[in-house]
Design a protein around this ligand. Structure first.
Ligand SMILES: Cc1cc2nc3c(=O)[nH]c(=O)nc-3n(C[C@H](O)[C@H](O)[C@H](O)COP(=O)(O)OP(=O)(O)OC[C@H]3O[C@@H](n4cnc5c(N)ncnc54)[C@H](O)[C@@H]3O)c2cc1C
Length: 590
């Protein structure tokens, strides 16, 4: 947990974990500062809330405690305790008494991080008012997200002096940053310090570079490219200035979808304060500030990765959270139905009120309140839900407006700008990241909205803009961390719930009448199958260092057939750890 170098606050919180968090749940004396004091008080309050019905049985050793928790509260208590303590397997099985030993006592590897160059030393602001006559940079990148940053990194790796020839244009005020932490780590009191935006490290929100480039990359922030003329090789910006390029990368990502009732709510002065989408660092800051002011509950709409992660993250801050999903469970578009239902149950256990098969029909201010919004819904579970923060996470539309203006080819079926496996739209125009519909030589045409794909495709585009001939070959991966319910998975290839699946699960206890009991999928692999061949895989709580991701990639590349394979062989293909309780589950197309 708290490793070396986390500072005074880290030390103070660790002390709470050991002495008070579980055994007495009282603040330690003399916290380091007023902020620390507040944080410690919050932490202890949370622990008390979770363990309200629990009773300390005994403290058997300085770093070990026996905690008696009401059976109904066991999962919630475990989720929080698990962040600080190693919980023994026997105790979990007994389901009443939990033996916890402090994780901090484990030896911590001392990782020395190489200093990185912060974005303020990589980029310099470019003044568009100073443009006169034909301008401008050899390499222009439109969009300032992960794909754009990956392209810049790969270009600097080829030639550190290329920095002065690159111009990045982004409509956000920030330097390129990592969105994935906005729904996970930034809600975790223990981790968010690591992701402060002013840090220059691998863990910072804003990307930092591993070396000092020669010269600086130009950046225009807070302005949108409003028009693209590919014949003239010219871009027009929202302030009407225009720029020329030699090579252009379109890395415009996507904009959150906004169904009709949401657009109406966002446009209504009465509701706009309470209803929001969630995509940017500013969205995160607004939501966090808004929740701090009033704790009247949050409603997340959308059971995809973002909605699910966000609901769990908000529940961990003691918010009352409802998750409204259109399907029968969460992550329904990617996982087999029984896993979606299992996850929905686990979410309920950590305090998320999951409203399934729900269609939202309208949003209005609750009469007689200043700050509460009522969502009308049609669902077997409820006819309305209330909260003072409504967060809409129902997917994105790839941002193809520039490509459409310029008559570049847009994919009718998948959305996105069509590129080949060089990420090339036409000789001097490239596209990468969420916005690209690309040719995957193994799996056919795809559009992928994941971080690793943004990195892989951005790097390929960057290299090819500089004259290399790099092709999209590696299967990009994606992951989701639902750590508060003890689930973390990594996936690769075609992960689509409409496909057939074949899964091997390790269970925490023996199946009852052939079916796994609740809360028992400890680890496993779900293969996604087309014509008997493995086209995708989800690795559920994969063991670190098992090489399972590498193996899964190889299985997809080799078009491995699953027919006739035994349970043990299927498990062994991705090095699934041994277990005495195992089951195989097959599903047909959804
Ligand atoms: C909260 C959150 C959590 C996520 N978690 C995960 C995860 O755990 N795992 C995972 O694999 N993926 C995750 N993702 C998805 C991942 O972050 C995206 O796939 C990735 O950010 C895509 O990068 P991109 O560069 O293609 O697009 P973006 O990051 O969207 O960047 C595009 C940028 O271009 C700007 N732009 C658009 N049009 C213009 C224009 N005309 N002019 C100027 N600028 C423009 C946009 O404002 C934006 O800044 C998450 C996404 C979010 C929002």
């Amino acid at each position: 947990m708290w490793g070396p170098g986390r500072g005074l606050l880290g030390a103070a919180l660790a002390a709470v974990s050991t002495n008070a968090y579980v055994t007495r749940a009282e603040p330690i004396k003399d916290p380091a500062s007023a902020t620390d004091k507040q944080k410690i008080a919050d932490l202890v309050a949370r622990a008390k809330k979770v363990l309200a019905d629990g009773k300390i049985v005994a403290q058997t050793a300085p770093r070990q405690a026996h905690v008696r928790v009401d059976p109904g509260e066991e999962t919630r208590a475990r989720a929080i305790l698990d962040r600080y303590y190693t919980i023994s397997a026997e105790a979990v099985a007994a389901n009443v008494t939990t033996t916890a030993s402090n994780k901090e006592s484990k030896p911590q590897p001392s990782k020395k991080k190489k200093p990185r160059t912060p974005p303020s030393s990589i980029f310099e602001d470019f003044d568009t008012t100073a443009i006169s006559g034909p301008c401008c940079k050899r390499y222009v990148i439109c969009g300032g997200g992960t794909a754009a940053w990956a392209a810049i990194e790969s270009m600097l790796e080829i030639d550190p002096s290329v920095a002065k020839d690159i111009l990045l244009i982004t409509d956000e005020e920030h330097y390129p940053y990592n969105r994935t932490v906005l729904s996970k780590e930034l809600w975790d009191d223990d981790k968010k310090e690591l992701f402060r935006s002013e840090q220059a490290s691998k863990d910072a929100v804003e990307y930092a570079y591993k070396a000092q480039p020669q010269g600086k990359v130009s950046i225009i922030r807070g302005k949108r490219v409003s028009f693209l003329d590919v014949d003239e090789k010219r871009l027009t910006l929202s302030d009407s200035s225009s720029l020329h390029y030699d090579k252009l990368l379109l890395a415009t990502g996507g904009s959150p979808k906004s169904p009709g009732y949401i657009s109406a709510a966002l446009a209504s002065p009465d509701l706009a304060e309470n209803v929001s989408v969630f995509r940017t660092l500013e969205d995160y800051k607004r939501l966090q500030q808004g929740l701090k002011k009033k704790d009247l509950g949050a409603v997340v709409i959308g059971g995809g990765f973002l909605g699910t992660e966000l609901a769990i993250a908000l529940a961990s801050t003691s918010q009352k959270v409802s998750l409204v999903v259109a399907e029968a469970g969460v992550l329904y578009k990617v996982l087999p139905r029984y896993v979606c239902e299992y996850l929905a149950r686990r979410l309920s256990e950590v305090g998320v009120n999951v409203i399934r098969s729900a269609i939202v029909t309208g949003a209005s201010k609750k009469p007689g309140t200043a700050d509460v919004v009522t969502l009308d819904i049609v669902s077997p579970d409820a006819d309305h839900v209330e909260g003072n923060k409504i967060i809409v996470a129902v997917g994105i539309d790839p941002d193809v407006s520039l490509a459409m203006d310029a008559d570049l080819e847009v994919d009718d079926r998948l959305g996105g700008i069509r590129v080949n496996d060089f990420m090339m739209v036409e000789p001097d125009v490239f596209a990468a990241g969420d916005v690209a519909s690309f040719h995957d030589r193994g799996l056919g045409r795809r559009r992928v909205e994941h971080w690793d794909h943004a990195v892989v495709s951005g790097r390929i585009a960057g290299k090819n803009m500089m004259g290399q001939k790099a092709r999209y070959g590696l299967q990009s991966m994606f992951w989701s961390d639902l750590t508060n319910i003890g689930v973390s998975f990594t996936a690769v290839g075609l992960v689509d719930s409409t496909l057939e699946t074949l899964a091997v699960w390790n269970l925490s206890s023996a199946p009852v009448n052939g079916a796994p009991s609740a809360n028992s999928y400890t680890s496993g692999v779900v293969y996604f199958v087309k014509n008997f061949e493995i086209v995708g895989a989800v690795l559920w709580n994969p063991k670190k260092g098992s090489g399972s991701l590498r193996r899964a990639r190889a299985l997809i590349s080799a078009k491995t057939s699953v027919s006739g394979l035994s349970q043990n062989t299927l498990a062994g293909l991705v090095n699934l750890e041994e277990s005495s309780h195992r089951t195989t589950i097959r599903t047909n197309t959804k």
